[in-house]
Design a protein around this ligand. Structure first.
Ligand code: GAP
Length: 454
């Protein structure tokens, strides 16, 4: 079966091959390979004009639903570089390792934990059947140095997981805000890993952006909050995708738990790559605050203001990322369907209107009629103060609709000859291509109601 022919078991809807997303991303300015003119760097990408809009929307929506609308959650923004002891305390120096094997015949490299069971048992390459080498261990932390004088420079690391800043700032947040347990701290920020097998486009990169909630609780309430946030995050993803049947939980087996987790679930999304992790929900217990107390000598225990009980808070972590969300949303939204004219097919990105990079395109029916152009430009100027709007008068109207469909613009406003008579325009909706006629004055409210998250 080719990738294009693969279907989800539940619905039979075709799943889009990654190559189509890579191609669209480059062609339309979502994602570019980093340092491309020098041959690129594996596992590192840049984001173009549409990519940055989509990323900003994804980040803002996450922040809005996690921080702004939860009274018991606050946010921070920590630095990428920290004291090197942080990574000893966190266990990353000792435990953040991948075991690698190489094929002696075809020279391909594999993570040992990614090998199919049969190949693992027989020590055979899954591609050519050649013999595999003994596993070698690699630490994933990226090293860097602070200071300029040789010999006095301090070796440290670019953070391997963004959440460590939250534990480092936990006590400061407690003292500077009026938070009491149970409460959470959120952060979005870059993380870096020397992934030995980066790949699948944005799925496994060496530089990527994580989002975390660390929720601090009394040990007796751990199960309740773990269940709460696990479900909350699942519903969050479900709310922004079309193919709801491609989302599921998967519990980690005891042999795959990270060194800090006593229990973990992945929220997985199904693509042509199979079921893959989108976000991790981790029962971190008291690992982090106990370790940082021990390594720093600072007491990070909490005293309950009412009962005076003193304890190290336990932590529920929900940890996902902008990049996998970006990739999964494109995979979820991409569709090729026959054009109603029957002459050609259209590519449409059915992105949620809340997240679409461009919210509205304003199009004069004809470019050579000055009044149409002036009116369309005026409408665009008013709308762009409220949302991302594009003005477009190049090519016939059908082509312009297609261009907007392909980048996921939920609404196109067309200024035609009737507009000049009665100050109304047509608003075309992306998914069903239906049109309504509206007064120009009604446009801002009509669009805002549909593109602002709620
Ligand atoms: N603090 C816990 C932690 O870092 P993780 O499961 O290693 O847990 C959490 O990472 C999330 O970060 C993943 O669910 C994924 O969304 C994202 N992520 C991890 N490694 C990534 C990579 N190499 N490229 C892109 N995203 C990655």
């Amino acid at each position: 079966m080719t990738q294009t022919e693969e279907k989800t078991q539940a619905t039979g809807t075709p799943m889009v091959p990654i190559e189509k997303i890579v191609s669209l991303s480059k062609r339309r300015g979502f994602v570019y390979p980093n340092s491309e003119i020098y041959g690129g760097v594996s596992g590192i990408y840049d984001f173009g004009p549409l990519g940055v809009e989509l990323r900003n929307n994804i980040r803002r929506y996450w922040w809005w639903s996690m921080v702004q609308t939860n009274d018991n959650v606050v946010g921070i923004e920590g630095s990428i570089i920290t004291h090197p002891r942080v990574w000893e305390a966190s266990g990353h120096i000792e435990n953040f390792v991948d075991r690698l094997v190489d094929c002696k015949n075809c020279k391909r490299r594999f993570r040992q934990d990614h090998l199919p069971e049969e190949n693992l048992l027989k020590n055979k390459c899954p591609v050519c059947g050649g013999e595999l080498t003994e596993p070698r261990t690699f630490n994933l932390m990226m090293e860097t140095f602070i200071g300029v004088v040789e010999g006095e420079r301090m070796k440290t690391y670019l953070r391997g997981e963004a959440c460590q800043n939250i534990y480092l700032d936990y006590d400061n947040v407690l003292k500077s805000s009026r938070m009491q347990i149970p409460f959470g701290i959120c952060q979005i920020g870059k993380a870096f890993r020397n992934e030995v097998t980066p790949g699948n486009f944005l799925f496994r990169q060496r530089e990527f952006e994580q989002w975390d909630l660390q929720f601090f609780v009394h040990p007796s309430e751990m199960q309740k909050w773990f269940d709460y946030w696990k479900q909350f995050r699942f519903e969050w993803y479900k709310g922004i995708i079309n193919h709801k049947d491609r989302l599921r939980f998967r519990a980690h087996g005891p042999d795959e738990l990270a060194h800090y987790a006593k229990q973990a679930f992945d929220i997985e999304y199904q693509t042509v790559l199979g079921w893959m992790e989108w976000e991790g929900i981790h029962w971190r217990q008291d690992w982090d605050l106990s370790r940082h107390s021990q390594f720093s000598g600072q007491d990070l225990s909490y005293t309950d203001p009412e009962t005076k009980e003193r304890y190290i808070p336990w932590i529920v972590e929900t940890s996902g990322g902008v990049d996998r969300t970006f990739l999964n949303l494109l995979l979820d939204a991409y569709e090729e369907e026959p054009d109603p004219t029957g002459k050609e097919s259209r590519t449409v990105l059915r992105l949620h209107p809340w997240l679409a990079p461009v919210k509205v395109a304003v199009l004069p029916l004809q470019k050579n009629k000055e009044e149409l152009v002036t009116t369309a430009r005026d409408i665009h100027k008013k709308l762009r103060r409220l949302m991302v709007s594009q003005y477009d008068d190049i090519a016939n109207i059908g082509r312009r609709y297609r261009r907007q469909d392909e980048i996921g613009t939920p609404f196109c406003v067309t200024v035609d000859f009737q507009t000049l008579d009665d100050k109304t325009v047509t608003v075309r909706e992306r998914d069903h291509m239906t049109q309504v006629r509206l007064a120009i004055d009604e446009l801002p409210m009509y669009l805002l109601e549909r593109v602002m998250w709620k």
